[in-house]
Design a binder for this molecule. Sequence first.
Ligand code: AMP
Length: 114
Amino acid sequence: MLKDNIFQKIIDKEIPAKIAYEDDLCLAFHDINPQAPVHVLIIPRKVIATHAELTDADRDLLGHLHLVAVKLAKQLGLDDGYRIVVNCLDRGGQTVPHLHMHLMGGRAFHWPPG
Ligand code: AMP
């Protein structure tokens, strides 16, 4: 059930994505409906449905996802800043039940985000 989502299909290469980065722990690909000039999703290969399900066992993995975001931000030219977003469950606006980090840049962002 958990594996029956679009991001798992991208991990399994069953559907295409514009991959920006991949390694043994994660992959990053360009969002199909970008909300900024640069909008990349960074996802773990491990099946984790949502942020609220993270445990101590995921400590290193989370650090890795953030460090990949830093590398990608540099590669993608986001030198003047960027935004990282993780939507969690319904009220957090999560639509795909596989943990993902949005890396967005290339424009200014406002606060509060709404
Ligand atoms: P969220 O609302 O935080 O769950 O974010 C899900 C994101 O996945 C949205 O920004 C969608 O545009 C994006 N998305 C959905 N399907 C695909 C896909 N096949 N390839 C790339 N991005 C996708």
